[in-house]
Design a protein around this ligand. Structure first.
Ligand SMILES: Cc1cc2nc3c(=O)[nH]c(=O)nc-3n(C[C@H](O)[C@H](O)[C@H](O)COP(=O)(O)OP(=O)(O)OC[C@H]3O[C@@H](n4cnc5c(N)ncnc54)[C@H](O)[C@@H]3O)c2cc1C
Length: 534
């Protein structure tokens, strides 16, 4: 029986990031991935001959540049594409507003619909940028222990407190007040244009079992904004699709000495004398290690892989209550040409396609988003869903045949549990609803569709291993955030079983293609090895 220092269960991007850091620290590391390819939710797959698409996540959150630098990912072909456009948002009647990375271009765009909103935008963007800078260090931090904070943890919190004070009264007050608010209220304080309100609110509800009127959705917006200091999600694509990031990570891992096995599913984690000692594969093979790191989500790890007798009933109850009910689906389209979006094609074809280079937001009003959520609340998919779309072949033509395109459509809300019927029998009807809704904005879409791939929340669970189909491994709400992620008392990547760690999106700072949970977890594991605690 081969023995390792570390076994990582799951080769999602966070598992791979952790593997790279651990191997570079000299630990003999094995990664076991149940699918035939690594990457988890960060993969590129062929959806139709010649058409390659980021099957699930389509833009990084962004991926932490420090991690890319530490691991020298560029050497293995990792390249971020950042178009000038962050998002092109559509109103119902064909009007649209473009939010650019460049503030002055965005203001000029907003001025066309509201001089008042154009004036507000500058301060809105600056306030998010200042607040984002204060919150950013939280992301790279291991949440402090609540009961016995170590000196280093208190020092880090002190530093955070000092930068909070440096924010100035206005922003400090905003930060404290915004957190518990419904994101719909927050955006209404700044803007009168419904389309702008809905576009800015979207980052607060992405992947959440919540609508813009749900309390606490501003926390989602603030946490996401901490990633890059902006209220609108970035367009930060990977050349070759998201799988190219996972490929670069696996090449780096292999070079550092990591052993990577795909098509291998872990069935059980076994503990001996209250310490995790080995994994047992579905084939019956046993592999032992000094530490086991799970990149699987917390519910999978503790409710499927660990024997309940190895866990305290109180801990188990809290994990059972960890909320992870997914509301997202994905439809990937192979297209014979570029669709024309009403109001964007105009006379200048070049301008049209450059506006489509970033994300495309479909969700014209706050009430539209809330109604879309209502459907999910009552167990059905939205008849008019919120969509976040990209056309990666515009900036990266190699992913589709010449002249053809790939369209990646993230769809919300599609609840994991349907009240009527089953996802496998309602899949095509759901996809038709999405395509019909999208055709209201791009009328020639249907005639361009060569093939479509439909990924339901059930597929997210069964094929991609996401418990409950939750894209972030669990809700990112105030009660499952920072020192509460996944649960209070266990937010430091360690678990009640000695030698068993978590490193995925179910840990701080949560979901998104950032690499941060994997890097933070590796730091804590290396500390434990150095201190001979394992
Ligand atoms: C539809 C969708 C759209 C998204 N869109 C975006 C986006 O645009 N931008 C963004 O930043 N984020 C997005 N996300 C979220 C983001 O992709 C995830 O939060 C992130 O990729 C999670 O990474 P991870 O490594 O923590 O976990 P995962 O990617 O879930 O990886 C976990 C791995 O563990 C493996 N595994 C599980 N159980 C076992 C077992 N028993 N044995 C062996 N292996 C196992 C799984 O197969 C998987 O490969 C999206 C997610 C989804 C699903």
């Amino acid at each position: 029986m081969t023995s390792y220092d570390i076994i990582i269960i799951g080769g999602g991007h966070n598992g791979l990031v952790a593997a790279c850091y651990l191997a570079k620290a000299g630990l003999k590391t094995l990664v076991l991935e149940r699918r035939g390819i690594v990457g988890g939710a960060a993969v590129t797959e062929e959806i139709h001959p010649g058409f390659r698409c980021s099957t699930l996540a389509h833009s990084t959150a962004p991926f932490f540049s420090q991690i890319a630098k530490d691991l020298d990912l560029a050497r293995h072909g990792f390249e971020i594409i950042t178009p000038a456009v962050r998002v092109l948002a559509f109103a119902r009647e064909g009007r649209s507003i473009c939010i650019y990375n460049e503030t002055s271009r965005t203001i000029a765009e907003i001025e066309k619909v509201s001089a008042k909103d154009a004036k507000s935008y500058l301060e809105f963007e600056r306030s998010f940028s200042r607040i984002g800078k204060v919150l950013a260090p939280l992301l790279a931090m291991t949440p402090p222990s609540i009961e016995k904070p170590a000196v280093g943890e208190l020092w880090n919190l002190g530093k955070l407190g000092r930068s909070f004070r440096g924010l100035g009264k206005k922003d400090a007050y905003r930060l404290l007040r915004w957190g518990p608010m419904a994101v719909a209220d927050l955006v209404a304080e700044w803007f009168e244009t419904e389309l702008l309100r809905a576009t800015f609110a979207a980052r607060g509800i992405f992947g959440a079992f919540a609508g813009p009127w749900s309390a606490g959705t501003s926390t989602g917006l603030l946490c996401q904004a901490a990633m890059d200091g902006h209220a609108v999600s970035p367009s930060a694509f990977v050349r070759g699709g998201m799988g190219a990031l996972s490929d670069a990570l696996s090449k780096t891992a292999l070079k550092a000495g990591v052993e990577l096995r795909t098509g291998i599913e872990v069935d059980r984690i076994e503990a001996t004398g209250e310490k995790a000692s080995k994994v047992i594969l579905t084939t019956g093979e046993e592999i032992s290690a000094r530490a086991i790191v799970s990149n699987a989500d917390p519910r999978t790890t503790f409710l499927k892989l660990v024997d309940p007798v190895d866990l305290d009933p109180n801990f188990l109850m809290k994990i059972r209550n960890f909320r992870a009910i997914g509301v997202s689906a994905k439809i990937n389209l192979a297209l014979s040409g570029l669709p024309s979006f009403t109001g964007v094609d105009g006379s200048d074809g070049n301008e049209a396609s450059s506006k489509l280079l970033g994300r495309i937001h479909i969700g014209p009003e706050i009430d539209y988003l809330e109604r879309a959520f209502d459907a999910a609340k009552y167990g059905d998919y939205s008849p008019a869903p919120y969509m976040d779309i990209t056309i990666p072949s515009l900036a990266d033509p190699a992913v589709a045949p010449t002249g053809a395109h790939v369209m990646s459509v993230y769809v919300q809300y599609a609840p994991y549990t349907l009240k009527n019927g089953h996802w496998n029998s309602r899949r095509e009807e759901f996809a038709d609803t999405v395509v019909n809704t999208l055709s209201d904005y791009a009328p020639n879409l249907k005639e361009l569709i060569v093939a479509r791939q439909v990924v339901t929340p059930l597929d997210l669970e069964e094929t991609y291993g996401l418990s409950g189909g939750h894209i972030h491994h669990g809700e990112q709400s105030l009660d499952q955030f920072f020192t509460f992620r996944p649960i209070l008392g266990w937010a430091q990547y360690r678990t009640p079983i000695k030698g068993l760690y978590l490193c995925g999106a179910g840990t701080h700072p949560g979901g998104g293609v950032t690499g941060r949970p994997g890097a933070n977890a590796a730091r804590e594991i290396i500390k434990d090895f150095k201190a001979s605690r394992i």
